[in-house]
Design a protein around this ligand. Structure first.
Ligand code: AFP
Ligand code: FBP
Length: 374
């Protein structure tokens, strides 16, 4: 059914999800989440597009907007986080939401308070699968004032049993839940490895906006048609080329990289790699843009470990794992150097991880340098 839908042209994302969920009833709630995500992405696209006009560039000027990673937040970081949070909150399908811009995972409890009121009325509450969403609302935002491409990254996990009780504001044995237990359960349900992802994707805001995602059966890309206000299927069943000719790393960190990475990139520059060709360098410094190009043109992108940052820079839950899922679903590979990113169980919401992803043959070649080292 996925293939049948993908073969069509002019399919809007709304219709695509409708058809997918009609054929796969267990994906009904994912349809609702994807509809909210696409609405949020349209809104963010417009906010980014008009930021210079509406004076939304620059830092949040309340003087105290530093996120948990010590980064000063841009106005657009705060605003886009709010847009996504509100869009997802009212789907009724989330137990927990984690974001780069939130210190801790957020329970969807206030929506549930509304539901609690409804329980006392005659309204019938719909049951169904519940999910945990992790996102970076505006990745690459340090670039945004210069109109360089930025993006939204998201990953969706099934909600574990331990979080089901969050919905009732009480513990499994029926006693009211204290805030600390609630926070611990939110955290527990968020710390899942990439292999548990049920959906992941990104929206790139560039010369056009592209929403690219996977539901675990291949990757499809939709382009925002501003004339009709809809994302339209333009890149069905994306397959990353087996090998590319582009590498994409922040080479300013080169002398701090591990020696396998230094040797690998030198071999590409010299045309002494397995392909025998000299590679080009392309690095935007905005992961969504760099990954989008890598998916379409092939090659290798990464933020490896270096002497200053033993875990690299990219965050596992809302950058590396969703992108790894997407790239693997497109036929590529995503590694830390030797190991598969998808298999790492996070220890913290904002945990960083070395990330090397792209065309299968390129990433395998890079891994051979790590495997040859001790
Ligand atoms: P910002 O959101 O702070 O701009 O960071 C973007 C990012 O996490 C990722 O999108 C880039 O690939 C990476 O950082 C760029 O980092 P360097 O500036 O160190 O190359
Ligand atoms: P294309 O239009 O072929 O992409 O070339 C772009 C360009 O003329 C400049 O915009 C860019 O700075 C430069 O080439 C990049 O060249 P190189 O591939 O050597 O890095």
């Amino acid at each position: 059914v996925f293939d049948e839908v993908c073969e069509m042209s002019g399919v809007t994302l709304t219709r695509y999800m409708m058809e997918i969920s009609r054929a796969n009833p267990h994906l009904k709630e994912i349809e609702s989440l994807m509809n909210s995500i696409q609405t949020a992405c349209k809104t963010i696209s417009s906010l980014v597009n008009r930021a210079c006009i509406t004076k939304m560039t620059g830092y949040q000027d309340d003087g105290c907007s530093i996120n948990v990673q010590g980064e000063q937040q841009k106005k657009l970081d705060v605003l886009t986080n709010d847009v996504l949070k509100k869009a997802l909150r009212f789907t009724g399908r989330l137990t927990v939401l984690a974001s780069e811009e939130e210190d801790e995972p957020v329970s969807m409890e206030d929506r549930e308070r509304i539901y609690a009121d409804l329980r006392n009325s005659d309204v019938v509450l719909e049951e169904g699968n519940k999910y945990v969403a992790c996102f970076d609302p505006l990745d690459g935002s340090s670039n945004v004032d210069a109109s360089i491409p930025v993006g939204t990254i998201f990953g969706i996990f099934a909600s574990g049993e331990e979080t089901e009780c969050l919905l009732d504001d009480e513990d499994l044995d029926g006693t009211p839940m204290d805030p600390e237990s609630r926070a611990a359960k939110c955290l527990m349900s968020t710390l899942q490895p990439g292999t548990n992802l049920v959906a992941a994707g990104y929206c790139l805001y560039s010369s056009s906006a592209h929403l690219v995602f996977t539901l675990g059966r291949g990757v499809n890309g939709f382009t925002y048609d501003t004339h009709i206000g809809e994302f339209v299927l333009t890149h069905p069943n994306i397959r990353i080329p087996e090998r590319g000719q582009i590498y994409s790393f922040n080479e300013a960190n080169r002398w701090d990289w591990d020696s396998p990475m230094q040797e690998y990139v030198t071999s590409l520059q010299m045309g002494q790699g397995q392909s025998g060709k000299r590679y080009s360098s392309r690095y935007i410094g905005s992961m969504v843009g760099d990954v989008h190009r890598t998916l379409l043109y092939g090659g290798i992108f990464g933020y490896p470990a270096d002497a200053q940052n033993r875990d690299g820079k990219l965050r596992l839950l809302y950058e590396a794992a969703p992108m790894a899922f997407l790239v693997e679903q497109a036929g590529g590979l995503a590694l830390t150097g030797k190991n598969r990113i998808m298999e790492i169980r996070p220890r913290g919401v904002h945990q960083r991880v070395p990330c090397i992803l792209g065309s299968r043959l390129d990433v395998e070649e890079c891994r051979s340098f790590y495997n040859a080292s001790k």
